[in-house]
Design a binder for this molecule. Sequence first.
Ligand SMILES: [Zn+2]
Ligand SMILES: [Zn+2]
Length: 376
Amino acid sequence: MPKQKSKKNNRHVPYAVGFKPPPEQAKIKAIGSCPIVPELDPQSSDGFEFFPPIPQPTSIDDWLAQYNEEGQSYWDYLKQSPWLSKRKLKYMPQLFVHNGRTILEKYPNGKIYLLPLGDFTGENCVKFKYLIEFSQIYLGIPVVELPGIALEEENHKIFWTENPEDRPIYGKRSSARKRKFEINSRFHPATKRIQLKMDETLLRLKSLIPADAICMVGLTMYDLYGDDTDLFVAGMAAGNHRVAVFSFNRYDPALTFSIEKWYDITCNSSMSSSERRKLILQRSCKLLVHEIGHLLGIDHCIYYDCCMNGSGHLTEDFRQPMHLCPVDLHKLHTLVGFDVVSRYQALAKFYMDHKMDEEHNWVIKRIEFILNQSKT
Ligand SMILES: [Zn+2]
Ligand SMILES: [Zn+2]
């Protein structure tokens, strides 16, 4: 009944103890521009609100119901980001220009590497070339795909195969032989589901990072877990080492996951395959830029509805927008130095090509707003 539904939607649960949503003035201050430039102006246009506040939690599992987040303003980011420091980051065996202003002026050879872990050829797997294209436009830093690591299931175990010939740029391995070994996983016999253990995977990835990497992200369609008590984990970054691993396994809208048992998954295939692929791509793109945002030093956002909001569960994650709020766009802009409108135009093309209508409408309206504001 509609009446009940609206009642349910209005039911708010309290914020985590100590958390207060920032007032309007604090948000403007956090953006870090005075007077605000059109690209970062958070005001609405013709009744359309570009950056609504983060909704108050409606479930005790929601992010802001669980965590008392402090927030990271633009000014905090300038102080905290290791990528804006005049000193070279530890463990970066690459060219460094200490007086460079942006990340690519400081690390002229720097790249973000994406490494496929296991198979991505299935019909409902996200296409790597689209992830590369999208993240490069969104972040403004070169994004490069590395030759993948083969993950194969044998006797209910997962085996990892590294071929040194695939990766001469690593330059670390003396042996040229293929290496194959079992990697930690768990298997459920009745359902035949298998999950990959994250910590060992991360450890292995650390040894594979190319010398000119800003960061490297391993991506997999395998479901991941950390501790035996975990249902699953989306992934994890090891910030100091600039390496992360993430799974797209739970992003398929045709799948329903039990909230109690990791192996209990049902598939509803009534959804059209094009709609299914579109949502998988949209969710995967969002996860990827959110996580690389963290690797670039951007913390969770408490100021607006934003791609950098934290999420306590998948439904909350899916609800969040693809775009960055003015606070976080300003951080990325200072770090990378792109032209905001050209970036939005390139994103508009990507969204149009992939029929991501909501994102496309937002970005087109945003471009219009910025261009109109700069005229006045
Ligand atoms: Zn996050
Ligand atoms: Zn934000």
